[in-house]
Design a protein around this ligand. Structure first.
Ligand code: OXD
Ligand code: MN
Length: 583
């Protein structure tokens, strides 16, 4: 029962604006979730899958035009344009709100307004943020229940929280791409998303609160909100599990890394990975002077494409129960799901993501390339025992990953914290299907945060430098990784997936000061003999190639980065400019 007067008057305001037929408060209970699932099966918004093989699993199909994040329609609506910075689309808050009010006025007519009180982060942690999402989409309401923490205890806490929670307004409207806007109002702690029900645009606790508004709050309150997976690494050469954060741009393998199953020989020797989170990390300095990370999410919103028993068995197992799939193939014969590359057994009688009869002989794709699953994090077979620790986990290393077929080495270490911040600031990577637009286009994506930093990026880099200064010698070490170097045929040279444990092994040995490295322009790269290639079908020559840096390409990169840096305002930190000028 909500008694908070701020919430009551906001709900009243929303009712007057959106004109719902009725209101349902979502309480996160299993009974209510079952009821919502039943209702959505009746309306056709969900399809019940084979409950013997996939208990609690459902399939949803989206509007054809609504399958990914829309960066060109995502706005930071703060008073001063400079506070959004040149990497964001800016919109004056009053004009933006006026337009959004027009678009969504009366749009809940004949529909139910689902009210979802939620928390990002555990509420028994000092590190959580409360929000209330309203939505007219039962699918979005259910997805929020999987991805965030929803429950009676959260409503109780909200009662005591006056106006200290994020207002998240979601209106599906007619899903018209021309009128699709994802707007963030950092100064009034509000998100408004209209005309999309795609997770990244509509599950507002995730990218909108935990990253865009989160990064803005973090800057003000002295912590970091990052697009990073978090995992524990156990090796036979240390008694201690080392916790690592990994920033990779969307669609470049954070989930695969966070749930990595080491290849057999490494597993047999005692290497293990424990997943804490696969997409977002909130980091703060705790009393011991170290940087600690929590995963503010409670679920995994994973990409299906590319996931198979070979590439990421743990993600596959994570999606085996209580999961909502979106835009995959329905196998009519056994009522299960399928997507390209899952296995060599495509359904003979399938229905594709558009709802049409389908089989491979048609030569078309069955699943949408950015098809997704939303699953409870607790399903993950390699979940870390620390994943629910309210304190989070202490971070020993930060990895910065890119998809660069020709340039960056397989792995290299930053010379120090500020050099690591420089490495993050110059990250460029190829675009993927996670956002609308061309894929495979190289673009600057500092720290993988280009679409998610809710304020001026010069200030963001400064914030990183300031955090490093406070951490001093307790700062995590920073490493660059690039699994994606290709040969002259365009094939990946490094096998990736479970074999990436070999690179993590080198990183862990660096952390324990067990191996030396060679200083190069990009940072400290491994000696070839320090990367274990035992039982791997890759030659020392190939390894040499992917550890190397082509001087010509590097010089071109420096020129390119200079031009990128010249777009920043005067607040771009001198520490970074000096590093660049030394090339
Ligand atoms: C995601 C993304 O879905 O980054 O996590 O787009
Ligand atoms: Mn992401």
């Amino acid at each position: 029962m909500i008694r908070n007067e701020f919430i009551k008057s906001w709900i009243q305001e929303m009712k007057e604006w959106l004109e719902p037929e009725d209101i349902i408060w979502v309480d996160g209970s299993k009974d209510q979730m079952d009821l919502l699932k039943n209702i959505s099966c009746e309306t056709g918004e969900l399809i019940k899958l084979n409950q013997d093989l996939m208990p609690g699993c459902y399939l949803h199909r989206s509007d054809e035009s609504d399958v990914a994040r829309v960066e060109d329609r995502t706005f930071i609506c703060c008073k001063e344009k400079i506070d959004a910075g040149f990497t964001n689309n800016w919109w004056n808050p009053e004009d933006a709100m006026k337009k959004l009010q027009e678009i969504a006025r009366g749009s809940y007519k004949g529909r139910i307004m689902y009210v979802v009180p939620f928390s990002m982060g555990r509420i028994d942690s000092d590190f959580h943020k409360l929000g209330i999402q309203i939505t007219d989409s039962i699918y979005v309401a259910m997805s929020m229940t999987i991805m965030t923490r929803v429950g009676k205890d959260i409503s109780k806490l909200l009662n005591k929280s006056e106006n200290n929670w994020t207002k998240c307004i979601h209106c599906s409207c007619s899903c018209n791409p021309e009128d699709r806007y994802i707007c963030h109002f950092p100064e009034s702690n509000t998100v408004v998303s209209v005309n999309s029900a795609y997770g990244g645009n509509a599950i507002l606790g995730k990218k909108c609160l935990a990253l865009r508004l989160g990064s803005y709050m973090g800057k003000k309150e002295g912590w970091l909100a990052e697009h990073m997976a978090i995992f524990g690494l156990k090796t036979p050469h240390s008694d201690e599990i080392k916790y690592i954060c990994a920033a990779l741009p969307s669609g470049c393998g954070k989930t695969d890394l966070a749930m990595l199953e080491p290849s057999k020989e490494f597993k047999d020797k005692g290497y293990e990975i424990f997943c804490v989170g696969d997409d977002i990390s909130w980091l703060k300095i705790r009393e011991d002077g170290r940087l600690w990370a929590v995963n503010p999410e409670n679920g995994v919103f994973g990409a299906c494409a590319g996931i198979s028993r070979k590439t990421n068995p743990n993600a596959l197992k994570t999606s085996e129960k209580n999961t909502i799939f979106t835009n995959v193939v329905l196998n009519k014969d056994n009522n299960t799901v399928w997507w390209e590359n899952l296995d060599d057994n495509p359904p003979e009688n399938g229905i594709d993501w558009l709802g049409e009869d389908w089989n491979v002989n048609l030569g078309t794709r069955g699943a949408q390339p950015n098809s997704r699953f939303a699953a409870p994090l607790e399903n993950c077979p390699c979940l870390s025992s620390e994943s629910q620790n309210p304190m989070g986990v202490p971070i020993s290393a930060i990895l910065l990953g890119v998809k660069r077929p020709k340039l960056m080495p397989l792995v290299c270490e930053a010379k120090d914290w500020n050099h690591g911040v420089f490495m993050g600031s110059i990250m460029s990577s190829e675009t993927t299907v996670a956002s609308v637009g061309k894929t495979g286009v190289l673009r600057h994506d500092p720290f993988g945060m280009l679409p998610f930093c809710g304020y001026n990026m010069s200030d963001y880099f400064q914030h990183w430098i300031d955090i490093g200064e406070k951490l001093g010698d307790k700062a995590p070490r920073i490493f660059g990784i690039n699994w994606f170097r290709t040969n002259e045929n365009g094939s990946y040279i490094w096998p990736g997936f479970g074999e990436n444990i070999r690179v993590l092994d080198w990183i862990s040995k660096r952390l324990e000061n067990k191996v030396d490295a060679i200083e190069t322009n990009v940072g400290l790269v491994p000696k070839e003999e320090d990367i274990n290639l035992e039982n791997l079908d890759i030659s020392r020559e190939d390894l040499k190639e992917i550890l190397s840096l082509d001087d010509n390409l590097w010089n071109q990169e420096v020129t390119e980065v200079k031009s990128f840096y010249s777009k920043f305002d005067k607040k771009l930190p001198n520490e970074l400019i000096e590093i660049l000028e030394n090339f």
